[in-house]
Design a protein around this ligand. Structure first.
Ligand code: ATP
Length: 276
């Protein structure tokens, strides 16, 4: 704990980079390495590290250490210098290709969690849980953490398969929407509101983020992107694809975007997609 106090100048407000519902997020240097320290006000879970330290993947934000005192537990993560996709989208003109690459990275991170034995569901996947490194590679944060911090049993927190997996896929569909609209559909209260939000935009010029350079779009790729998005948002949930299918689809779209080099005029086509 002393090392963390030194790294954050005794958890000084100047070292704060964010606030989540579970606590405050600080930056600091440990042995000259920039790190992020999440100080959470939950009951300490001594076996926490044992359970999550084995979850490592290049598309998950790595947990580097853990420490708990009487009131707080501090989680040390690698520092993702470009912050969350939600914040980054506000101030960027990312190409369509780059947005797909970010989606693909995030999908691979979620797929890794779902493929664990027993499977782990993220449960609170949003654009603020996808973080970007210096090269805009994306990693999913809080992979297995939230369930473990909230529940006392990993197996109860993360049951095999079942509906929770489809909730992650639904959340991923909302994330895909946010990536190309720069708007946060997660703020909408119900699935009905999400549908009401999407439908008129799909058939007008107001759907996509105007910061996406137009020449980076091609109609087939954009249409394929909307199709996989709509599949993730399907009802009933059983109809939603598994994350391995989502990864495969996004890989195909990504390769097609690389190979297509003709321009399309945005807004000149109506996309025949229905989301039910
Ligand atoms: N490893 C990290 N590297 C860089 N920035 C980070 C890192 N982890 C978190 N952040 C920043 O801190 C903010 C808060 O993160 P946190 O995960 O605590 O909350 P949240 O996802 O915004 O909300 P909540 O957890 O309540 O749903 C993030 O939006 C991000 O900007």
């Amino acid at each position: 704990m002393e090392e963390l106090r030194q790294a954050t100048n005794n958890f000084d407000m100047d070292n704060t980079i964010g606030h989540g519902s579970h606590g405050t997020v600080y930056t600091g240097l440990i042995k000259d390495m920039p790190v992020v320290i999440k100080r959470e006000w939950c009951s300490p879970q001594p076996r926490f590290l044992d359970e999550v330290s084995y979850i490592q993947h290049k598309n998950l934000v790595n947990l580097l250490g853990y420490c708990c005192d009487d009131e707080n537990q501090s989680l040390v993560f690698e520092y993702m210098v470009n912050g969350s996709v939600r914040d980054y989208l506000e101030s960027s003109d990312l190409t369509f290709k780059k947005r797909i690459s970010i989606a693909l990275d995030a999908a691979k991170g979620l797929l890794h969690l779902h493929n664990l034995d027993p499977p782990v569901q993220h449960k609170r996947f949003t654009a603020s849980k996808v973080l970007l490194d210096a090269n805009l590679n994306a990693k999913v944060s809080d992979g297995a953490m939230l369930g473990l911090l909230q529940a006392s049993d990993i197996h109860l927190a993360n049951p095999r398969g079942g509906s929770e997996e489809t909730i992650d896929v639904y959340s991923f569909g909302l994330f895909l929407l946010e990536l190309i609209t720069c708007q946060n559909p997660g703020l909408l209260q119900s699935d009905y509101e999400v549908l009401q939000w999407i439908s008129p935009r799909l058939f007008t010029n107001t759907f996509w983020d105007k910061n996406i350079p137009a020449e980076t779009f091609t109609r087939p790729s954009f249409q394929a992107y909307l199709i996989i998005t709509s599949e993730c948002l399907e009802y009933p949930p059983i109809n939603r694809p598994k994350m391995d299918v989502v990864v495969t689809e996004l890989e195909t779209i990504y390769l097609n975007v690389i190979s297509e080099n003709h321009e399309v005029s945005l807004g000149s086509e109506l996309f025949n997609i229905t989301i039910e």
